[in-house]
Design a protein around this ligand. Structure first.
Ligand code: NAD
Length: 553
């Protein structure tokens, strides 16, 4: 990787091996001549568009999604601009491969299919020298870090170092969806061990085969990382990703007022789910302040959504107590109620004075929710009986099955529509195909965080914000809802098409930047033309001309 690191323009084979500069067969005759490439490439010169078609043909020819994932990662390693051009132009087809659900499979196989490093690995043995490790990264102007410790990868649990696929995939989406320059993106795995014993006995496992670090040893390592990363990369935004929930809530509370950081599983999920609720309610002409939400799961995703929904209800006039009273949670032990003595602190805000029930169907009958939101990682838990009950209790029940990957979803799109006679407003975490039923076509919405975090990141980056706040996620949710069109509604979708994601992200970035300037969360002066300024910060994966390249280096 040379771009942005040295002043010398690489030539010949060295240039072909630099993924940020390589154009492969698209180097023009003049470039081939000037850069010592003549004869190193086959004679026929392609356009980037022809190369994109070649990539798509190859992707489609692969026998399965894991092979498609490996092919695309290989392309990213060889020719970054082509990778992003293909991804941006074919996001609906390729994002389920570079991200959920295929990335889950890729993480499970990560050690076995490992080819070359991407990002940084930090371990407990780096204690005291994390700054040094960060300084080994070749790019100096890092603006977004996505970091995980691999403890709760999607709904798949503790995958240790194999979880590296997640920060890598998320950052690809930052670039594809919001145009964050790939040279400004840094994926990091903090390998603190794993409690997944199967990995210990796998001789090919790439991580540390030892138990997870816990307690003060763990906290001080993460403290050192946060301080070092914020010092080595001033203006960086750090996204915590797929930490186990006993750490995620704690770390967010510990760092949110100290660093420019957020937790996507808690806050990003909340943003996308709130946007989905706003749109669902616009579709069925309901009011957020009149909803009763029942969450299956009381972890990072569910509580993050509950907290943001409650604050949206308060903003729209409900007293806080009433807003909290409209959000109900079930965890692995049953309904979250006051009489329970086993509740972690982050659940207590939503523990109501109500009889305890163990079973979801009983709770649905007792509470009569208008919406059920699954974020439990437990597949098929929204049974036909539960869906039928929701349809009996509501003219248009809202059903969100958010658990990822697809195999963990609380119900399929088809089940949701079939058991509610097509009346459900449905969204899922991983994509489901369209459903044809009784001559009607239903297009399920995908409540994918990808609608939120790239735009938030772009807004934070462009405005040089020093904090990431919940108000930014509320603004992002509102802005996302506003971008769901009448045509989207006509197809039954409550999120915009991914084909519009770059515009959607630019608008979210604008909404976020406005919060940043209004709350004075930056030392920067607000540019006169903020929308134009934000757009000017977006990386365009089209090849740059040779002269442009020389200027860049
Ligand atoms: P988490 O581990 O923090 O929480 C899981 C929760 O589910 C816990 O409260 C646990 O007690 C509960 N649970 C487990 N088994 C249960 C059962 N049988 N019945 C009821 N509750 C049960 O995990 P998380 O970060 O909240 O993620 C949960 C799921 O949501 C994952 O599958 C994740 O992929 C998905 N998710 C989706 C999105 C999205 O769609 N945009 C975003 C984030 C997370």
């Amino acid at each position: 990787m040379n771009n942005g690191c040295t002043g010398k323009l690489p030539r010949g084979v060295e240039l072909l091996h630099d993924p940020s500069l390589n154009k492969g067969t698209a180097f023009t005759a003049a470039e081939r001549e000037a850069l010592g490439l003549h004869g190193l490439l086959p004679p026929r010169i392609s356009t980037q568009q022809q190369q994109v078609q070649h990539v798509i043909n190859n992707v489609r020819r692969k026998p399965d999604n894991l092979e498609r994932y490996l092919y695309l990662i290989g392309l990213q390693d060889r020719n970054e601009r082509l990778f992003y051009k293909a991804l941006v132009e074919n996001l609906e087809e390729l994002s389920p491969i570079v991200y959920t659900p295929t990335v889950g499979l890729a993480c499970q196989e990560y050690s076995h299919v490992y080819r070359r490093p991407r990002g940084l690995s930090i371990t407990r043995y780096d204690r005291g020298r994390i700054k040094e490790v960060l300084q080994n990264w070749p790019h100096k102007n890092v603006r977004v870090i996505v970091v995980t410790d691999g403890e709760r990868i999607l709904g798949l649990g503790d995958l240790g170092s194999n979880g590296m696929g997640i920060p890598v995939g998320k950052l690809s989406l930052y670039t594809a969806c919001a145009g964050i320059d790939p040279a400004a993106c840094l994926p990091i795995m903090i390998d603190v061990g794993t409690n997944n014993n199967e990995l210990w006995s796998d001789p090919q496992y790439i991580g540390l085969p030892e138990p997870r670090l816990e307690g003060e040893d763990y906290d001080s390592l993460i403290d050192e990382f946060m301080a070092a990363a914020s010092e080595i990369f001033p203006n960086v935004m750090i996204q915590l990703e797929d930490f186990g929930n006993s750490n995620a809530f704690r770390l967010l509370a510990r760092y949110r007022d100290q660093y420019c950081m957020f937790d996507d599983d808690i806050q990003g999920t909340a943003g996308v789910a709130l946007a989905g609720l706003y749109s669902a309610l616009r579709m069925i002409k309901g009011k957020i302040t009149e909803q009763r939400l029942l969450f299956l799961g009381a972890g990072e995703a569910a509580l993050g959504i509950g907290n943001l929904v409650a604050s949206a209800m308060v903003q729209q006039g409900l007293p806080e107590e009433e807003a909290i009273g409209r959000c109900w949670f079930i965890d692995s032990k049953g309904l979250v109620v006051k009489s329970r003595t086993d509740l972690a602190q982050h659940k207590q805000r939503f523990a109501h004075d109500f009889p305890f029930h163990r079973n979801l169907l009983e709770v649905v009958e007792a509470i009569k929710p208008t919406a059920i939101i699954g974020a439990s990682g437990q597949p098929a838990t929204f049974t036909p009986e539960i869906l039928t009950a929701m349809a009996r209790l509501n003219e248009r029940p809202i059903v969100f099955a958010l658990s990822n990957p697809t195999s963990q979803a609380e119900c399929t799109a088809e089940d949701a529509y079939r058991h509610t006679k097509g009346r459900a407003v449905f969204a899922s975490g991983s994509p489901f195909p369209k459903v044809e039923m009784d001559g009607q076509t239903f297009v399920p919405g995908q409540a994918n965080n990808v609608y939120i975090f790239p735009g938030v990141g772009l807004g934070v980056m462009a405005s040089e914000a020093n904090r990431v706040t919940d108000e930014m996620f509320s603004a992002a949710a509102k802005c996302l809802d506003e971008q769901v069109s009448r045509e989207d509604f006509e197809k039954g979708r409550i999120f915009p098409s991914l084909t519009r994601i770059r515009d959607v992200s630019a608008n979210i970035a604008l909404a976020v930047a406005k919060v940043v300037f209004a709350r004075k969360l930056t030392a920067m002066r607000e540019p006169a033309n903020l929308p134009g300024y934000i757009k000017s910060k977006m990386y365009d994966p089209a090849y740059q001309p040779y002269n442009g390249l020389t200027n860049n280096l």
